[in-house]
Design a protein around this ligand. Structure first.
Ligand SMILES: C[S@@+](CC[C@H](N)C(=O)[O-])C[C@H]1O[C@@H](n2cnc3c(N)ncnc32)[C@H](O)[C@@H]1O
Length: 215
């Protein structure tokens, strides 16, 4: 839904004919149209999701793509094996420092990252409209709220019971987490600001020259 209005995350913008990008759709779910994210039909797309039950539907919907069951915090890919990583509201369910560090590892120098994330308004709406007055969902949403506040100040997230993780994100928290992982050119947009529930972030892994200059 949000991806339909997310025009900022261009992977293949200005890609010459015959050249394709290696794109990872992190937390792909059942797959989705990635053209609004700047992915061209010729690009080589790999989708990864922790929930293997969604992948058969994804394969049926997008037979040209490759789908893998795995976790964002420990990506089963070689270093520098993707040109672009996109992720539609999946990072809110991950250990963010681990996931962005893994994304940085698998991107080539100069590679790009485009994410859509949950604003505090999303968690507040879930708490008010989906959780209260049921005690366990309310407790979980209060954890998500506290985790989002913790993320805002530290750029870190903590897990709930059984390793389940969720948080909301803020510009400040993402700036800290992305800078710590080594990203640059971080930019934010709120194309879905009307709902107050989601926002978009793009960032880049520095080129080899910039990495050498910083060392
Ligand atoms: C809200 S859905 C978004 C799905 C898809 N990106 C879309 O935009 O329709 C979040 C997805 O993230 C996946 N996910 C959650 N935690 C994950 C993790 N640690 N590693 C990989 N995928 C994860 C879920 O299984 C789910 O498919």
């Amino acid at each position: 839904m949000f991806g339909l209005v997310l025009i900022v995350g261009r992977c293949s913008f200005l890609t010459p004919p015959g050249v394709f990008m290696r794109v990872l759709d992190l937390g792909c779910g059942s797959g989705r149209d990635l053209i609004p994210w700047g992915v061209a039909p010729s690009d080589k797309v790999t989708g990864l999701d922790i929930d293997g039950s969604r992948l058969p539907i994804a394969r049926m919907n997008f037979p040209a793509r490759n789908f893998v069951c795995g976790v964002g915090e420990s990506l089963p890919f070689k270093d520098q094996s993707f040109d672009c990583v996109i992720s539609g509201v999946a990072l809110p369910y991950m250990n963010i420092p681990k996931a962005v560090s893994e994304i940085h590892r698998i991107l080539v120098p100069g590679g790009t990252l485009s994410l859509s994330l949950h604003l505090p308004g999303f968690t507040a709406a879930e708490l008010l409209h989906q959780a209260i007055p049921r005690p366990i969902p309310t407790l979980f949403r209060l954890y998500v709220m506290a985790n989002g506040i913790f993320f805002h100040y530290t750029g870190n997230t903590v897990g709930f019971l059984k390793g389940r993780t969720e948080s909301f994100q803020t510009q400040r928290g993402m700036t800290i987490a992305l800078a710590r992982a080594g990203f640059e050119k971080v930019s934010f947009s709120r194309t879905a600001a009307a709902t107050g529930k989601a926002f978009a972030v793009t960032a880049a892994k520095p080129t080899r020259t910039r990495m050498a200059a910083a060392a």
